[in-house]
Write a protein of this length. Structure first.
Length: 278
């Protein structure tokens, strides 16, 4: 089994005078896996994300990405080519006056030949559904479209893994939906490894695996169904569960016989089943 990210005993603090922000993190991420990390503000999610492309390096323990130790300064450039990151604010990630120039920025800095850059830019913009906007100014785009430009810029650099650090936090519901459709397609059709940090539980439902962080530790881990079945524990941690999971949880307390529900389709099936039984 090929693991693209391995963390062993990872601990981190920003200075010797501060407490550890990450504490004994042990994690393996398989090639092509879709992992979501949730947790309240200050739980260590973004700090963990920055270790995956060597923006931060461990105070203790080790992080290995594609077989490369992130503590080795000679490997930092290659790691950052193979792990792309999309951050929270799309306006902070766009550097050019025209969409296609922005997408070309990364491969230009990699020294990719001009004809190959043209091909990569066109492919990336088609992948995120923005090819028709290639000559537009980013300021003319919606928040969701800007984030899709940001992910196109990452794709043009041909990464093996994409880390989304609360990339949907500033988007409206439609923008989040459009962005997540692109992310799911990249994972399922292109085989990209996705590590997605989010506050939105409906996004976490779409993952292969969910990690829950609290006070710098991974305190819960499993499939979305396994994690969200622990509604009481999540509430203790100050977290929500998906809206339909919450509804099913409350209906069960009133005596309605429902299993754990994650999606709208599951709820429809179960309600139809109950209706047929009456």
């Amino acid at each position: 089994m090929e693991y693209q990210v391995i963390m062993e005993g990872l601990c981190f603090r920003y200075s010797e005078q501060e407490e550890m922000v990450l504490r004994d993190i042990n994690l393996k991420v398989k090639k092509g896996e879709f992992v979501v990390i949730i947790g309240h503000n200050g739980s260590g999610k973004s700090t963990l994300a920055k270790h995956i492309n060597a923006l931060l390096v461990p105070s203790l323990g080790r992080v290995e990405v594609m077989g490369m130790d992130t503590r080795d300064p000679a490997k930092a450039w290659e790691i950052r080519q193979r792990v792309g990151m999309v951050f929270q604010n799309p306006d902070n990630q766009l550097v050019a006056a025209i969409v296609e120039e922005d997408v070309a920025f990364g491969p230009e800095n990699q020294g990719v030949p001009a004809t190959e850059i043209r091909r990569r830019v066109d492919e990336a913009l088609r992948e995120v559904g923005l090819y028709e906007c290639r000559t537009h100014g980013p300021h003319l785009l919606s928040g969701g479209q800007k984030q899709r430009v940001a992910i196109a810029g990452v794709l043009a650099m041909r990464p093996d893994c994409i880390v989304l650090d609360e990339a949907t936090a500033m988007l409206d519901p439609r923008g989040r939906q459009e962005f997540m459709e692109v992310v799911r397609r990249l994972n399922k059709n292109e085989g990209k490894t996705i590590i997605h940090i989010t506050h939105y539980m409906e996004e976490a439902v779409q993952a292969d695996r969910v990690l829950v962080m609290d006070q710098g530790r991974i305190v819960l881990e499993g499939t979305p169904r396994e994690v969200f079945s622990k509604a009481n524990r999540l509430k203790e941690l100050g977290l929500d569960v998906p809206a339909l999971t919450e509804l099913a949880f409350n209906l069960r307390k009133k005596g309605v016989r429902l299993p754990d529900i994650l999606t709208e389709d599951e709820m429809v099936v179960e309600l139809c089943r109950l209706k047929l039984q009456t």
